[in-house]
Write a protein that binds this ligand. Structure first.
Ligand SMILES: [Fe+2]
Ligand SMILES: [Fe+2]
Length: 148
């Protein structure tokens, strides 16, 4: 698998997992945290849209569709299930770390020489990933991080 094909496939899987994970979280917190549940649902829609962009890119670049979307959606739901014992705060902290890593990865790809199609998709999804990465701090603003 070459670099481009690896990146597209891996990104597609992560987006599908994210979709399943955020969908589950949204369902899980619908009653207790309706506002947060709405945000999770919005994130799920965005991750799904990102997944579709990678799917289209794969179709255009390799002439064949990516497979396994159901499996990766399920893996996302499974992850949400396995995270159930954690507090909402620690779940969100973990998600924020993962999303921040995604932002860093995307910025790294964009800073190098990269295929035009992949660049376009990465640029499109970056603002959403930044919002996803920022949700934790928005909900749990940390006093320690305020400038002295
Ligand atoms: Fe995404
Ligand atoms: Fe995300």
């Amino acid at each position: 698998m070459n670099d481009m094909s690896y990146r597209i496939t891996r990104s597609f899987r992560m987006e599908m997992m994210g979709t399943g994970l955020y969908r589950s979280l949204s369902a899980q917190y619908r009653k207790s945290e309706p506002e947060l549940s709405r945000r999770f649902s919005e994130f799920a829609r965005q991750e799904h849209m990102h997944g579709r962009l990678f799917e289209k890119l794969a179709q255009k670049t390799f002439g064949k569709p990516l497979r396994g979307d159901k499996f990766w959606l399920f893996m996302g739901r499974l992850t949400a299930f396995l995270m159930r014992p954690l507090s909402l705060k620690s779940k969100m902290k973990k998600l924020s770390a993962i999303e921040s890593q995604a932002v860093a990865d995307i910025e790294k790809v964009l800073s190098g020489s990269v295929d035009d199609g992949l660049r376009t998709v990465m640029k499109t999804i970056l603002p959403d990933e930044k919002v996803h990465a920022g949700l934790y701090r928005q909900i749990f603003p940390s006093h320690e991080e305020k400038p002295l």
